[in-house]
Ligand binder design. Sequence first.
Ligand SMILES: [Zn+2]
Length: 444
Amino acid sequence: MKIFNSYTNKLEEFVPIHKGNVNMYVCGPTVYNYIHIGNARPVIFFDTVRNYFEFRNYKVKFVSNFTDVDDKIIAKAIELKQTEKEITDKFISAFLSDVEKVNSSTDYIKPRVTDYMDHIIEYIEILVDKGFAYVVDGDVYFRVANVKDYGILSNRKIDDLLVGARIEINIKKENPLDFTLWKKTDLGIQFDSPFGKGRPGWHTECVAMIDDVFGEQIDIHGGGSGLMFPHHENEIAQSKVLNNHSLAKYWMHNGFINIGESKMSKSEGEVVFVKDLDVNPNGFRLYTLSTHYRSPINYTDEALDVYVKEWEKILRTYSAIFLKLDLNDKLYANAKIEPDLLVIFKEFLTAMDNDFNTANAITALQNLNKKANQLLRSKVEDEVLLSALKLFDDFFIVLGLKTDKKPLSMEDKETYNLWNKARADKDFDSADKYRLLLQEKGII
Ligand SMILES: [Zn+2]
């Protein structure tokens, strides 16, 4: 398997730190609002990455945090006259239901900043003790000057960064590039620390939580490309000085979803919230994954609709095969491999092995759909159809596409057979009655 590593800017062979295991962390949301479809992209993509690793028999430890301490949360709490906890609890549960809505797994480790406060403070103390950070008037800053290749992830030069950083004048900092690890606050929720009352900086939260949950360098750190600088750069800087490694062996970044000309962000007007999406989640998932994860998506309703229809086509074929096999009691028979199906399976694996090229994997799924339709029409043995069905199931598992197909009950099979018999006997009244029954149950 190959992964494009943002850290080295190269396509690299994936070699896990511990054989057969994948430890991965994806930056999670700051929970003060509902997520929009741009936020759903990493939720869908990294879930697919996890699915594929598991499909290839890796044991995956998947961690994604909740940033539940932040100025925006404090502002919202003041605005709504609620506690920070009320705000964050509400949006954490809203987030998880959106994750479920787009068919991503909610079964992962979800550290919250507020639960890790002791560890985060301890982490900052170590940085201060070792001279990698300094305290000024209740604030703590990270000393960037100690990091040899600061800017390596985002390919930025210190001099260029300095030009940008000088705009923000902070006389407390030794160097304009130094970033906040602890911020003295007098507004909203505050936490006690040896530096005084305040709250941690975002960049130190993720790295301290990774340190506590994994305790060592991880395989993959993921997130949106907007996080590369300064967030991920600063995570790396802390890990470099303290642990002498780049925190993750592979860094992966997904592109934005644009609406019109602007990238979607919570502060802009033109957002589509996941909670308001009124389309089949499988269609939305196919749409999101039909563009390579490193490329931007220019969202339009029309383009989304194409993939909603694509899913309907695939589901029709899948359902027809499922029903035929079910009625013939062949759902659990031994499948017979058809050479063309094997070719399609290899296409799929090749695509996913090549930096999770889900766009090409979806092409393989469409090829499977065409082939399965041909097989249905050419009346092949049920055992061959079964191998097509199993291939669909494999692709669905990896891409996170869900169907609710279940074998028919005895009663439903009986109805189906009666419908067939009535049609054969040209007993149209009975046939209509049975057809309606079957349609009501979504069987045909
Ligand atoms: Zn993070």
